[in-house]
Design a binder for this molecule. Structure first.
Ligand code: ZN
Length: 262
């Protein structure tokens, strides 16, 4: 996010990411959140120059490796925000669904907040790395017995699946009155959600996209204070075609960072 109206009730409460103006906030890439049909856009890291008003500039704390910071700006703050808002604390059982760019950051943060972390993945190959970054239990979401074994056992679930999926199996792992936040999915769920799963146990299903400026700042500080480091693969500009080919196969641990100086 590089701009917002700064005068609506959301902006004046420190929630620029929820700006209620006609355009919504101006995103770093892709222009306004709510398109106005005027072809206005922003190009993010593809820009020659970036003009950002000072309210939207955050300081990178000393001690954070600049080559590892970029993933914290979007997936980092979009997962830190809900973990903080829903008060994740020592002793909570927290499920993180999808161990990729945002998911691996969420595992690290939930662990650092003191939670017992259950990582859900469809990939057996991610078990080892999920454990290495703090998951206490890694569950293959395709394993029905393992999923049934977690029935009504988690305080909170954060999904980072970006594609249409069915949240029902994850809602079944929540304790009564628990909350599931879906970050990354910006379209319909797969199939039709049966509201009985929410109504019978008083569950809450919420969403997250980017964070506020304060949350973005706090995310950077949280990583610096806890000595956490996102896992990235550094590439040179001339390796970008190969990287995009690998991205299409979801073959990256866990974000590519382009070294523009190389
Ligand atoms: Zn506003």
């Amino acid at each position: 996010m590089v701009n917002s109206c700064l005068s609506c009730s959301a902006c004046t409460s420190g929630w620029e990411n929820h700006c209620e103006s006609a355009t919504g906030p101006t995103l770093t890439s892709g222009g306004y959140l709510i398109q106005q049909g005027d072809n206005f856009t922003t190009l993010g890291a593809w820009s020659d120059r970036l003009v950002v008003r000072e309210e939207f500039v955050v300081k990178i704390p000393p001690g954070l490796d600049i080559s590892k910071v970029a993933p914290l700006m979007c997936p980092g703050t979009a997962t830190y925000g809900p973990l903080k808002r829903f008060g994740i604390k020592k002793g909570d059982s927290v499920g993180i669904v999808g161990i990729g760019g945002p998911g691996h950051l969420a595992v690290m943060m939930a662990k650092a907040m003191g939670a017992r972390v259950v990582a859900f993945t469809t990939s057996e190959a991610k078990k080892e790395v999920a454990e290495a970054i703090g998951a206490d239990l890694v569950v293959l979401s395709t394993n029905k017995d393992a999923m049934n074994g977690l029935y009504r056992s988690l305080d909170y679930v954060l999904s980072t699946i970006p594609n249409a999926f069915d949240p029902s199996p994850y809602l079944a792992t929540l304790k009564r009155r628990g909350t599931m936040t879906v970050m990354g999915l910006l379209g319909p769920y797969k199939g039709v959600l049966n509201n009985l799963s929410l109504a019978a146990w008083g569950l809450k299903l919420t969403g997250s996209m980017i964070g506020s400026v304060v949350e973005t700042r706090e995310t950077l500080e949280f990583f610096a204070d806890n000595g956490l480091v996102p896992i990235v693969e550094m590439i040179k500009l001339d390796e970008i075609n190969e990287a995009i080919g690998r991205l299409k196969k979801a073959d990256v641990r866990f974000r590519f960072v382009i070294d523009l100086k190389a």
